[in-house]
Design a protein around this ligand. Sequence first.
Ligand SMILES: Cc1cc2nc3c(=O)[nH]c(=O)nc-3n(C[C@H](O)[C@H](O)[C@H](O)COP(=O)(O)OP(=O)(O)OC[C@H]3O[C@@H](n4cnc5c(N)ncnc54)[C@H](O)[C@@H]3O)c2cc1C
Length: 169
Amino acid sequence: YSHILFPATASGKNAAPRVAAKLDVGQISDITAVIAADTFERPIYAGNAIATVQSADATKVITVRSTGFDAAAATGGSATVETAAAVADAGKSAFVGREVTKSDRPELTAAKIIVSGGRALGSAEKFNEVITPLADKLGAAIGASRAAVDAGYAPNDLQVGQTGKIVAP
Ligand SMILES: Cc1cc2nc3c(=O)[nH]c(=O)nc-3n(C[C@H](O)[C@H](O)[C@H](O)COP(=O)(O)OP(=O)(O)OC[C@H]3O[C@@H](n4cnc5c(N)ncnc54)[C@H](O)[C@@H]3O)c2cc1C
C-alpha cells in the first residue's frame, strides 16, 4: 500500500506512529487537506498557521483530522473491505472495563453547535446555570475552556482546544 491512514483520534494516534516506525518512514500528522499524493496541509502552532508538508517516503503513514473533510458516501466506491483476523493476545495488558459518559447531547467532536464556557463563569453551579439551558435551547454540545476545567467548573471531557478535544462547529 502507498498510503496508510488513521483518524487523528486517541486510538489512531496510538497506532499510527508504531506503523510508521515499523516501516521506517516519517508520520504525516493531523492533515486537514490533500494537495497531491505526497503533499498535505496540516495546522501548526495550535492552529494559528497552516503548513504544507511534502513527504518523499515510499509509504505515507498519515493521521487525518476527519472534521476537515466531508463524510464519504456510504455506498459506491470499488475498494474491497477485508476483515483481518485478530493476532494472538500478548498478555501484556488486559481489558478491565469501560465507563462511558451517557448523554443525550451531540458528541462534542462531531457537534454542529457548541456552547462553551470559561473561567468568567466563576463556579460549577454558575457554569451549569448559564450554559446548560442555552445548550438545551440550541440543541448544542457543551464545551469548556481549560481554565474552566482546571478550576473544576466543568468535567475534563468537555475541554476544547489544543490539549482538549478538536472541534469544528
Ligand atoms: C500548552 C498549553 C495548552 C493549552 N491548551 C488549552 C486547551 O486545550 N484548551 C483551552 O481552553 N485552553 C488551553 N490552554 C489555556 C489557554 O491559554 C487559556 O488560558 C484559557 O483557554 C483561557 O480560558 P478562559 O477564556 O476560560 O479564561 P480567561 O482567559 O481567564 O478569560 C476569562 C474572560 O472572562 C472575563 N470575565 C471575568 N469575569 C467576568 C464576568 N463576571 N463577566 C463577564 N466577563 C468576565 C475576563 O475579563 C476574561 O476576558 C492551554 C495553555 C497552554 C500553556
